[in-house]
Design a protein around this ligand. Structure first.
Ligand SMILES: NC(=O)c1ccc[n+]([C@@H]2O[C@H](COP(=O)([O-])OP(=O)(O)OC[C@H]3O[C@@H](n4cnc5c(N)ncnc54)[C@H](OP(=O)(O)O)[C@@H]3O)[C@@H](O)[C@H]2O)c1
Length: 360
């Protein structure tokens, strides 16, 4: 039962607006909030979703300022905004205008109608540290100086910092590594890239080859489990001393693909072969008919090839021939001690994809 359907709202009620509710981050955050049991949840995305229990969905295009304002008028009970929306663009510079505009539009619209707003949580990433540009200072720390703009993550935080001054609400920012979990139809989904690439390799009778740059097979990196990130996000949004702070959130262990890849191959019952650099965006472009055939033959859920393809993101991640890690100790010092074993994480996610009949 959603409290917004009733008249008054007791002071302690927590109403989460999860912005980007279909994303790999937003979906898993909603699952966690549901499990916590004491939240009413509103998911916001363009596609919308199916209401269930204490979760309801609204379909809003946040790039349409007028439409957004109109549709967000009914959100007067919102106490926490969890912002995890994302608009993909071909260049880093082009990411800035839409991604800043969406945050500004939703914060301004909700602030205007929700007097009980207590917190705005911002999802960032290692892009704050320039991790996507090339070898960056590792381990990256929250107070490292910013890199040369354009950088939408920094602009978003600057907006929140300025907007929060003199307000009763606070903000927090989460900086995960690559986020792994279940989602469909999103541009950055590494676990899906690996699972579908492995499934298609198997279908073609091929061994599993790491498709990235030669150096990328050997560097140190870390991941962030979407469930762990969800816990950290709610923790930072509700723990008083996290107010107006940013936190790196990662699984807490490091790995190299050269050790992980053979384990992934084993999960899919595949031989592992030496790496061979190739662009997934290029070599997977013609695999749609094969995918459609696999869906039929294996009785898979009817997901389109586009919904399970984030090849461009796979190419980016597998090109990192430099260490890719940030110091996660600030969150621990502030009281968040959860961790996830990354090998277990991958295997659990792949098993989940099988259960959901996304892959054979
Ligand atoms: N994925 C990762 O590995 C990763 C790692 C580190 C940091 N991050 C950061 O985390 C943030 C979220 O990333 P994500 O990967 O979770 O994104 P995502 O999976 O692409 O999800 C984006 C969400 O935003 C919604 N959305 C997009 N445009 C919208 C619009 N105009 N109006 C309303 N909703 C809109 C999408 O739903 P509809 O399509 O239905 O609108 C979707 O729910 C980004 O800032 C990203 O840089 C991601």
């Amino acid at each position: 039962m959603w409290c917004g359907q009733h008249g008054g709202m007791p002071e302690e009620n927590k109403v989460a607006l999860v912005v980007g509710s279909n994303g790999v981050i937003g979906r898993n955050l909603i699952d966690h909030l549901v499990q916590l049991g004491d939240w009413d949840i509103i998911g916001l995305s363009r596609r919308g979703g199916t209401d269930a229990g204490r979760v309801r969905h609204i379909a809003v295009d946040l790039l349409d300022e007028e439409d957004g304002r109109e549709r967000l008028r009914g959100l007067e009970h919102v106490t926490h905004i969890f912002y995890a929306a994302f608009q993909d663009r071909p260049t880093w510079a082009e990411l800035v205008p839409p991604n800043l505009a969406m945050l500004v539009n939703v914060v301004e619209a909700v602030e205007a109608v929700a007097p009980g707003l207590r917190h705005v949580s911002l999802m960032q990433g290692y892009k704050v540290y320039g991790a996507h540009l090339g070898p960056f200072k590792t381990p990256a720390r929250e107070d490292d100086p910013h890199h040369m703009p354009p950088e939408f993550n920094v602009d978003q935080q600057n907006f929140l910092e300025a907007r929060q001054k003199g307000k009763t609400w606070t903000w927090s920012a989460l900086r995960p590594s690559v986020v792994c979990g279940f989602a469909l139809g999103n541009p950055m989904n590494l676990a899906m890239v690996i699972a579908v690439y492995a499934a298609i390799s198997k279908e073609l009778g091929l061994p599993l080859r790491f498709p990235g740059k030669p150096g990328a097979y050997h560097t140190l990196l870390e991941m962030t489990d979407a469930g762990l990130l969800a816990k950290a996000t709610v923790w930072a949004a509700t723990e008083e001393r996290c107010a107006n702070q940013a936190f790196n959130i990662n699984n807490g262990d490091l790995f190299r693909w050269n050790e992980m890849w053979p384990k992934i191959a084993r999960f899919f019952d595949l031989e592992v072969a030496p790496p061979l650099p190739m662009s997934l965006d290029v070599v997977m472009a013609d695999k749609e008919p094969l995918w459609n055939d696999m869906v039929e033959r294996h009785g898979l859920a009817k997901n389109s090839y586009q919904e399970v393809s984030s090849w461009r993101f796979g190419d980016a991640v597998f090109s990192w021939d430099y260490d890719f890690l940030a110091d996660g100790s600030k969150a621990r010092r502030f009281g968040f001690h959860d961790f996830v074993d990354t090998e277990e994480m991958f295997m659990n996610i792949f098993a989940d994809f099988r259960r959901r009949k996304i892959i054979p």
